[in-house]
Design a protein around this ligand. Sequence first.
Ligand code: SF4
Length: 549
Amino acid sequence: MSDEGRLVAGRYRVQRRIGSGAMGVVWECIDERLHRTVAVKQLLLQPGLDPGEAEEARQRAMREGRIAARLQHQHAISVYDVAEDEGQPVLVMEYLPSTSLAAMMNEHGPLPPREVARIGAQVAAALGAAHSAGVVHRDIKPGNILLGDNGTVKITDFGISRAQGDVQVTKTGMLAGTPAYLSPDVAMGYEPTGASDVFSLGATLYAAIEGRPPFGLNENTLALLHADGAELDALSSLADGLRRDAVGDDVTFVVTRNINFTNVCYTGCRFCAFAQRRSDADAYTLSLSQVGERVDQAWEAGATEVCMQGGIHPDMPGTAYFDLAEEVKRRQPDMHLHSYSPMEVVNGASRTNLSIRDWLTRARESGVDSLPGTAAEILDDDVRWVLTKGKLPTSSWIEVISTAHELGIPTTSTMMYGHVDTPAHWVQHIKLIASLQRKALDNTGKPGFTEFVLLPFIHQNSPIYLAGLARAGTTPRENRAVHAMARILLHGLIDNIQCSWVKLGVDGCRDVLNGGVNDLGGTLMEETISRMAGADNGSYKTISDLEDI
Ligand code: SF4
């Protein structure tokens, strides 16, 4: 039914509908008393509210509308009146012939940086005035920025969205709507502040230039990482179903031995409790024959795989990696050699003056069968700078991994989370892994990643935690949510989602095996890196230990 001609709140005659959405409907109206054009927004209450909640929401909308009416700024849409129409609150606002930034981006794609800077400056001026007046916008996003036909930029929807809009906390405490522009604290359910408005403005301007928000557009992904209680159970159950579809009910693991051939390393990653200086009492470097003996022992104990990685020893030539691989295969030709992190590959290539491609080709000729996708941590350079002082930029990790995939060398993929990162980084990281897998499939017709391994940060002995810069690891709730989200986001791309028993322990593994995980990694024998960081779940599990889990 058309609204045209209807009289709203006994005074505003509807000319046409100019917008609608989850929050309500906006009309262009004539104010019959003052004979001017206005925009009138009717706020729709969410379905399912009981009478008490509906009244509370209505009162909140009225109150926030009155607060917004206090703000007069040339770059903010003015609120003239808060009225009631058939028991529902309506906002009467300045009418600006305009296009929203969202519509402009939809039509024209990314905008020139200079134009975005002009828009940003005007919005920032209005936000500054609002914050000075004690008003927090709460929902800065492209849809709430109007680009006037006369060149003026104005923000709209002050203070209403949290009460009525598409980013609303439901009865169960779970966020609904797109979180693409939310600051991490608001996504977690904390009260919006001026700072969170500024974050959202930054995300909006980023999207205007790049064509997509910083953490993608996938609805609810970030919010789901904050799921708890019944929502978390539902998320785990969804992931469990996808796991069953993808790989069935068998939990897999390999009988493997970790060989960390040296712990001498001067790279200085701030999360690492494994690295030692040459002169430290605990420093060690295994000889070729010691490595070979460990390979023989592993084979005799039934291992089918050796995972070999080490510190970046300053005296080790780049060809030493080839010698080690040859020694493994000389001892046990049928042992699968899973070796050398992207950090070691970059180190080896730079010390031999070989390209990444040539070095990897030599490594494969020497016996390397697959690469661990470690040293990924979080694939975001800001986070990496804090964690590792930029030891291996995201682009270098991607270069090594993509080159390996192009050469037909499979790799794993990992994410170490729960230190200085946020759930938004986890989403971004997993999506990047997904895009690299798609690229491998497109380029070679084969998956490049064999599995995605989630590694919760072990904080106890980690220098960055001891310095007070990182949080104290992850919670069981977070572990369940992120393992489930990994299964969901990688569905159809990576079948094996692996948890780390070294880091999660037996109970933690059981939790996530019921929520998307199908792979327990390996028996390990002598895992030292997590143990040095403070993990107390042991360094070896027998086959029957893993079967018990
Ligand atoms: S994480 Fe690896 S590269 Fe970084 S300090 Fe530790 S051993 Fe060295």
